[in-house]
Design a protein around this ligand. Structure first.
Ligand SMILES: *Cc1c(COP(=O)(O)O)cnc(C)c1O
Length: 215
């Protein structure tokens, strides 16, 4: 089924939009099935779960961290993480930088922007994001490379609201790109809303249940 779901998704998603297969709570066998169908980018929300899976699974998998990341756990994923989508504070960026230096590598990150009207979703609000850009602090981080933004829309049936939120995120992405032309990635869209996100300029969609089934 996973193979068929992936084929179906690829028919709906343009080639220049990367599919991140969100495998949280799913067994390694499911990940391998997607891997054997050609998928290489997988997203996880929990440090311990990602570590265990990364240890057991093929080494050419690109692991994306998309969950709420605690500073004291950065060290566990720093040796192998491909991209952290969910960076929500400068303190976290500084810790990622420290662990990247310790591992003699550069870690790519996205800033998670709070666009939904829900308290439970993390991220920079508009003011703190603009303040961060103006502060020039990102340039101080020798071993962190910020390459764009991530955001989650409100869980609602109101498509207009979701589109508005994605438009807002795309605008904030353009604002960042004006200052940092090397930014390339806008991670927005999940199973329920990825077609709308792609219309608004998403470059990465994070797909869980449509690929692996309900959690
Ligand atoms: C779980 C999760 C997803 C995938 O959600 P689906 O609705 O199953 O596609 C995407 N992004 C984040 C941040 C998630 O936590």
């Amino acid at each position: 089924m996973i193979k068929e779901n992936l084929t179906q998704l690829k028919q709906n998603i343009p080639e220049n939009v990367k599919i991140i297969a969100v495998s949280k709570f799913k067994p390694e066998a499911d990940i391998l099935e997607a891997y054997e169908a050609g998928q290489r980018d997988f997203g996880e929300n929990y440090v311990q779960e990602m570590e265990t899976k990364a240890e057991a699974l093929p080494k050419d998998i690109n692991w994306h961290f998309i969950g709420n990341l605690q500073r004291n756990k950065v060290k566990y994923i720093a040796p192998f993480i491909h991209l952290i989508h969910s960076v929500d504070s400068l303190r976290l960026l500084k810790e990622i930088n420290k662990q990247a230096i310790r591992n003699e590598r550069t870690i790519e990150c996205l800033l998670q922007i709070h666009i939904a009207d829900e308290e439970t979703k993390f991220g920079w609000d508009m003011e703190s994001y603009k303040a961060l850009l103006e502060s020039g602090e990102l340039e101080e981080l020798s071993n962190v490379k910020v390459i764009g933004l991530m955001g989650m829309s409100t869980m609602t049936d109101d498509e207009d609201q979701v589109v508005d939120e994605f438009k807002q995120l795309a605008r904030l992405f353009e604002l960042g790109k004006a200052q940092y032309p090397e930014w390339t990635e806008l991670s927005m869209g999940m199973s329920a809303d990825y077609p709308l996100a792609i219309e608004q300029g998403s470059t990465m969609v994070r797909i869980g249940s449509t690929l692996f089934g309900a959690r």
